[in-house]
Each structure stands twice: as structure tokens, then as C-alpha cells.
Write a protein that binds this ligand. Structure first.
Ligand SMILES: NC(=O)c1ccc[n+]([C@@H]2O[C@H](COP(=O)([O-])OP(=O)(O)OC[C@H]3O[C@@H](n4cnc5c(N)ncnc54)[C@H](OP(=O)(O)O)[C@@H]3O)[C@@H](O)[C@H]2O)c1
Length: 216
């Protein structure tokens, strides 16, 4: 059983990560800005803000893994970069007496390479607000890649190009930086299977210091 602190537990992806982790018997603390908002029963709730490194350190102390499933909503996508820096900065304040937990970040698909060659974010027809979100996820990933795993054991999980509510099949394919497409050329994953893959990573620690992606 892993002790997990989860930022973004009230979001659409975070809710499913929380449910998947609790269902597998992990000890999950939902770190939320507003404790009045409902989260799945079974989780401990802690007030916190991912943009505050002190808050991250408080949430991270005594946990094995810190997961961030935060998103900017309709606000500034730049918070994704600030959040990545705050997560690493907060975790780095721990030690040597308190072990540093691993950090797993929910990423975006924009920085994945398509089978045709360009990045997903460079494809024609991507709306400007979506492109800005993709670039912010890319910048957050660029920052994480500067962090040596000896300092913080981080991982970023990018979804397929399309992710949404669907079925929990428990099966998916893995890649590192290349977009996964199915035989019909479609890149997709249900949010439920994304949560399965994220909790698999919590349990397996298979991609330290790397971004990886999943799809059908
Ligand atoms: N859903 C998709 O289609 C999709 C596709 C690709 C990538 N992603 C990425 O996946 C991530 C999650 O997406 P989502 O759709 O689940 O987002 P969402 O439903 O909008 O949820 C965002 C979550 O982030 C939390 N949050 C925001 N700022 C925070 C802060 N400063 N401190 C603590 N928590 C904070 C929110 O908490 P509050 O309840 O306090 O607001 C909420 O729980 C995003 O980064 C998104 O870009 C999503």
C-alpha cells in the first residue's frame, strides 16, 4: 500500500485517480483548496494549494508519492509551469530526515510526436486556447526534465490525444514520447483507463525521470 497525496482530487481526472487508488487499497490524502467541496469518501482531506511550495511540503511529508492532477480550468495555463516548480521545490525542502516522495504529474498530449512527424501541438486546426494549454504542459515537462532523479524521482504521464469518460478496460499500450494511435489512426484513452495507468505507475515506479504516454 502506498501513501499518496493527490492534488486535483476534485477534478475530472483526479476524481478517477482517487477512486482507482482507493479501490486498490492505497492510503490517499486529497489535497484540496476548498475542503467544503466533496471528494470520494475513503480519502483523508487536507487543505492545500499546489502553487505554494510550503503547502506541497506539508502534503508530501510522510507520503510515498505526490500526484498532481491539477488543471487551470478556464484560467491562465501558466499555472501548470508554476505548479511543476512548486511541486519539485516543495518536495526538495524535505530531507535528509524525512524521505522525499516521488512526484507524478498529469501531463498533456501536445508535446507527443505524431506518426507523421510534427508534435500534436503543431497540427493544423488546433484552437489557440488549446495550443496555449499544450504549450504550458510542454513547458512544465521541459522543467521536470531539468530535475535529476537523484533529487526527485519524478514522472509525467501524458494522455492520448483524446481522453474522456468511458469504460475501465484495464488495458492500454505504452510509449515514451510518441503519440499512440490505433489501427484506425485514432489516439484515445478513457479517463478511467488513464487512472488505471497512473496507479499502475504508482505501484511499479517504471518511468523515473521520464514522461510516458498511453493509448489503445
Ligand atoms: N480532461 C482532458 O480532456 C485533458 C486532456 C489532456 C490533459 N488534461 C490535463 O489533465 C489535468 C487535469 O484535467 P481535468 O480535466 O481533470 O481538470 P479539471 O476537471 O478542471 O480539474 C482541475 C483540478 O485542479 C485543481 N486545482 C487547480 N488549481 C489548483 C491549485 N492551485 N491547488 C490545488 N488544486 C488545484 C482543481 O481544484 P479546485 O476544486 O479547487 O478547483 C481541480 O481539482 C489538466 O492539467 C489538464 O490540462 C486533461
Amino acid at each position: 500500500m502506498a501513501k499518496i497525496a493527490l492534488f486535483g482530487a476534485t477534478g475530472s481526472i483526479g476524481t478517477l485517480v482517487l477512486r482507482e487508488a482507493l479501490g486498490r487499497g492505497h492510503d490517499v490524502t486529497a489535497v484540496v483548496r476548498d475542503p467544503a467541496k466533496p471528494v470520494d469518501s475513503g480519502a483523508e482531506v487536507l487543505r492545500g494549494d499546489v502553487l505554494d511550495p510550503h503547502s506541497v511540503a506539508e502534503a508530501a511529508a510522510g507520503r510515498d508519492v505526490v500526484v498532481s492532477a491539477i488543471g487551470p480550468g478556464s484560467g491562465d495555463p501558466g499555472v501548470l509551469v508554476t505548479a511543476a516548480k512548486s511541486l519539485i521545490g516543495g518536495v526538495c525542502t524535505l530531507g535528509p530526515d524525512v524521505p522525499r516522495p516521488r512526484v507524478i504529474v498529469v501531463g498533456g498530449a501536445g508535446s507527443l510526436r505524431t506518426p507523421e512527424g510534427p508534435l500534436v501541438s503543431e497540427a493544423a486546426g488546433v484552437a489557440e486556447p488549446v495550443r496555449a494549454l499544450m504549450h504550458a504542459h510542454g513547458e512544465a515537462l521541459d522543467f521536470l526534465r531539468t530535475v535529476p532523479v537523484e533529487e526527485v524521482r519524478w514522472t509525467c504521464l501524458s494522455p492520448a490525444a483524446q481522453i474522456g469518460p468511458g469504460e475501465r478496460t484495464g488495458t492500454y499500450r505504452l510509449a515514451l514520447d510518441d503519440l499512440i494511435v490505433d489501427v484506425d489512426g485514432r489516439s484515445h484513452i478513457s479517463a478511467e483507463d488513464y487512472a488505471v495507468a497512473l496507479v499502475d505507475e504508482i505501484e511499479r515506479d517504471a518511468h523515473p525521470g521520464r514522461r510516458f504516454t498511453i493509448g489503445y
